[in-house]
Design a protein around this ligand. Sequence first.
Ligand SMILES: [Zn+2]
Length: 76
Amino acid sequence: MPIYEYVCTDCDNKFELIRPMSQFSEAASCPNCQKPAERILSRFACFTTDDSGMPMSLAGNSCDSCGASDCSSCNM
Ligand SMILES: [Zn+2]
């Protein structure tokens, strides 16, 4: 099953859930504070991964955080 990444909007905790694709859009709760968490698009859902394993922006070919053409220079 795919792994989905989430970030808590309350405490910024990042966590991963393995769940069926049929449940991927369902809300997830932060394991720390039980608040709703937002799903992060992880590498398998992104377009131009370079196999670095880093999640990449969907906004284009550049990183949202640093503007580089890959995300090796930031912790995005
Ligand atoms: Zn939280």
